[in-house]
Design a protein around this ligand. Structure first.
Ligand SMILES: Nc1ncnc2c1ncn2[C@@H]1O[C@H](COP(=O)(O)O)[C@@H](O)[C@H]1OP(=O)(O)O
Ligand SMILES: [Mg+2]
Ligand SMILES: [Mg+2]
Ligand SMILES: [Mg+2]
Length: 352
């Protein structure tokens, strides 16, 4: 039997790979006036827009009927004041779309030399990410740069794509241009893509598309548990994690890292549990921030739930709805961490 979603996976990996090269080159050239602040105070760079334009264009050529739930929209770029940023984005997106075909690429996906798009086509591609989400049908998610703050600091960030069918994540692809290929072998350099198809395992691929290698969460003894958590204390509660760690007798310090690179690290055994508890009662987690990572961790043998132990619901729209946090880990560790999370929540409630 052939792998389900084989073409989707190939397309998504090709799109993520091109977007990773784009964002890495933007970082090298980034100048201050190429960052905007959105209404929610989060930064967005030419890299976010151009990467979403590239991925959306490729998905559109390969699967014209599929809707997209993408983080960014082009409204600001269509304003007079957005003109210079728009020109840069068009240039960057076309550079990425028209570069030579690589391993597994197909000209039918709108890529390769000579396949320039107009500014209007690229802005429309960004805006095709406006799908509201929902319980039924096929839809893609795009987070063109996840962890923009990490990206701006030159640390970890991720280019993330998933395919959701009837609210189930079937495919997740996470490109991590700054992540070491193997933390234990620094000579191997940086830049990997994680890919997972539901029911068919998870793998790590080189940024070139070469050398796919299965990834699996190893067995981790209680004494070896350590947490992965956000760098940004505003995104997830560090103090809650400290309390959970002390309830579990965890002595190793947490690994702080931006973006869904945390899910990738967990899937390959770097860090035993990813714990993300809300800090802002009004913030709702976005589906593009967890869909790729959740299928990756599950396919690496792990479990992903909220702090109640319920599965994440990708059928509610663009967000996961009321925010009960995220607990991701290998099976045994997950059970222990969830137990401690619930104890810690009880303690918090008792204090109020
Ligand atoms: N208050 C918040 N709580 C949780 N996540 C947030 C919050 N504000 C922004 N984010 C999102 O957290 C993600 C980064 O996660 P991490 O902290 O693990 O690196 C980004 O997608 C970021 O969104 P945005 O892309 O809009 O900045
Ligand atoms: Mg953002
Ligand atoms: Mg994000
Ligand atoms: Mg983003």
């Amino acid at each position: 039997m052939s792998l389900p979603y084989a073409t989707e996976k190939q397309v998504a990996v090709a799109a993520v790979r091109r977007a990773c090269h784009l964002t890495a080159s933007v970082f090298n050239k980034l100048v201050k006036n190429e960052t905007l602040t959105k209404g929610d105070k989060s930064p967005v760079t030419v890299g976010d827009y151009a990467a979403q334009a590239v991925i959306s264009t490729i998905l559109y050529h390969a699967f014209p009927a599929d809707p997209i739930v993408g983080e960014e929209n082009a409204a600001k770029l269509r304003e007079e004041s957005g003109a210079s940023m728009r020109d840069r984005i068009v240039e960057l997106a076309n550079e990425a779309l028209t570069s030579e075909l690589g391993l597994g690429d197909n000209v039918e996906w709108g890529i390769g030399p000579g396949q320039e798009k107009t500014a209007e086509q690229l802005l429309d591609a960004i805006d095709r990410g406006n799908h509201p989400g929902g319980r039924l049908g096929r839809m893609w998610t795009i987070d063109p740069i996840d962890g923009t703050k990490g990206f701006l600091r030159g640390e970890q960030y991720a280019v993330c794509v998933s395919l959701i069918v009837d609210a189930q994540v079937q495919l997740g692809v996470i490109g991590c241009p700054n992540l070491p290929v193997d933390a234990a072998q620094p000579d191997l350099g940086r830049g990997v893509i994680f890919a997972a198809v539901k029911g068919h395992g998870a793998e790590q691929i080189m940024l070139s598309g070469a050398n796919p290698t299965p990834v699996k969460i190893p067995d981790i003894s209680p004494a070896e548990i350590n947490f992965l958590e956000s760098v940004e204390a505003a995104h997830s509660s560090h103090s809650f994690n400290d309390r959970v760690a002390s309830l579990l007798g965890v002595t190793r310090s947490p690994i702080r890292m931006d973006s869904q690179a945390k899910y990738g690290c967990l899937a390959r055994g770097e860090g035993a549990a990813y714990l993300r508890m809300p800090t802002d009662p009004n913030y709702q987690e976005k589906i593009w921030d967890h869909a790729p990572g959740s299928v990756l961790v599950e396919e690496a043998g792990g479990v992903v739930t909220d702090s109640r132990g319920q599965p994440l619901d990708f059928g509610l729209g663009r967000t996961l709805g009321e925010n009960f946090g995220v607990v991701a880990a290998g099976k045994d560790v997950h059970a222990r961490v969830l137990d401690a999370v619930q104890k810690s929540r009880q303690e918090e409630k008792a204090k109020v």
